[in-house]
Design a protein around this ligand. Structure first.
Ligand SMILES: O=P(O)(O)OC[C@H]1O[C@H](O[C@H]2O[C@H](CO)[C@@H](O)[C@H](O)[C@H]2O)[C@H](O)[C@@H](O)[C@@H]1O
Length: 402
């Protein structure tokens, strides 16, 4: 399958058995704030080098707009249901489950679910058998994967042990953090220079510092970090910045009287958090967001964990970012590639789906409760993620030594 075809995969809303993550917005005022559908994306590839791959360059491909919806898709009841279902209550799962003893109905359900999405820890040998002789690339979501979910998004710190585990595994495999957060924010949380960072759901990609690059694509920018080192950025939604900023201010204004509601600036996206809002007022949050967005057909809404995420209507998501990074690393061709993506969020499903479709790796869903997914394996929580990353590094170092 060609790289350009890969870009087209997943262009439609998911027909998967999950409830759709995307809530389309109306298009009948399309002339009001029209977004361009053609954006230049660099393509071609260069081989991976341990010091950091060059970003692809050369011809451009089209990033189409996502399909937008019809009125039925945005009926109010649908919104509230989506807000509730995207924020599931996480049943406490008994440790006994890992020993095969279910101590409650919830545990029994989880145990059954594990048959479909086996633990990446208990399946570790299967994964490494499949990885033997292959070039591995690692993709990690941030919130809920590397850091536990907390009430205050500004305090979602990862532990020093997790940081050490990520740093270690990145010594062996090219590793990227793929987050809905702004790239600056997630870089501040993770703080490891050697990684790739894809913020704003993949719409703001930065290669490791010290990498070489040479392209003049409209979306590939030379920039400088805070220490004045030159860095390479890829920003396929750059032209949306003013409108995202405008909408962010409107959202802040219209939610300021809702106790507990907060608006987070994720640069190319905006998050409206309702985790700390009384459940009876969730509909007010949703209604206010909808009222703003209905005038901006170039923006769409996705649902995260007690968060509504506003982003540009371009056909770009975490899955496309993974494809882009694999190409940047020279890992898009050949059967000797294994990409592993670990994530907990609905937005990570786009990446799980791409890996399934191109048969180039596997998704690992982080969830303590049963959920439908395009992932292949599962992990229960961030501590299992840390154990998995550590095991990968130990495995690689042992085969290098032998
Ligand atoms: O793609 P991710 O790295 O998983 O980012 C998705 C969103 O994560 C953050 O919100 C979530 O985590 C917060 C801290 O634990 C929690 O308070 C919130 O309820 C969750 O939705 C982040 O704040 C958002 O901006 C990201 O879009």
């Amino acid at each position: 399958m060609s790289f350009q075809n890969l870009y087209m995969l997943g262009a439609d809303l998911d027909p998967m058995d999950l409830k759709p993550n995307h809530t389309p917005v109306l298009t009948d005022t399309a002339t009001l704030r029209r977004s361009k559908s053609r954006l230049g994306v660099p393509s071609g590839h260069l081989p991976y080098s341990p010091t950091g791959a060059a970003f692809p360059h050369g011809h451009t491909v089209t990033i189409p707009r996502k399909k937008t919806g019809i009125l039925d898709d945005v009926r109010w009841s649908g919104w509230l249901d989506a807000m509730k279902s995207s924020s599931p209550t996480h049943n406490k799962v008994s440790k006994d489950v890992s020993n095969g003893i279910a101590s409650s109905d919830a545990d029994a359900a989880y145990f059954t679910w594990l048959l479909k999405f086996p633990s990446a820890l208990t399946s570790f040998e299967q994964i490494t058998t499949c990885a033997k002789g292959k070039r591995i690339a690692l993709f990690l979501d941030y919130d809920g994967t590397l850091s536990p979910i907390v009430d205050n998004p500004d305090c979602a710190f990862m532990s020093d042990n997790m940081r050490a585990a990520v740093k270690k595994v990145a010594e062996y495999f090219p590793t990227a953090i793929i987050s809905g957060r702004s790239r600056d924010k997630v870089y501040e949380f993770v703080g490891i220079r050697e990684l790739y960072y894809a913020g704003s759901h993949g719409m703001d990609i930065m290669g490791p510092l010290r990498q070489s690059f040479s392209d003049n694509s409209p979306n590939g920018l030379r920039s400088a970090d805070k220490q004045d080192n030159e860095v390479k950025l890829f920003q396929p939604a750059a032209e949306f910045l003013p409108i995202i900023d405008e909408v962010r201010q409107l959202l802040m204004e219209c939610t300021k009287d809702i106790e507990g509601a907060t608006v987070e600036n994720n640069k190319f996206c905006v998050s409206v958090h309702y985790r700390n809002v009384n459940e009876e007022s969730w509909n007010i949050v949703g209604q206010r967001v909808y009222n703003v967005l209905k005038d901006y057909p170039c923006l769409r809404l996705t649902h995260g964990r007690k968060v509504l995420e506003v982003r540009p209507v371009i056909d770009w998501d975490k899955g496309k970012a993974v494809t882009f990074l694999l190409e940047s690393l020279g890992l898009n061709n050949g059967d000797d590639v294994l990409a592993i993506y670990v994530g907990d969020d609905r937005t990570d499903e786009d990446a799980f789906k791409v890996l399934r479709e191109v048969n180039k790796g596997c998704g690992i869903l982080v969830s303590p409760a049963p959920r439908e997914s395009h992932a292949i394996y599962s992990l229960r929580d961030t501590s299992e993620v840390m154990e998995f990353l550590t095991s990968l590094a130990v495995w690689k170092s042992s085969i290098q030594a032998s």
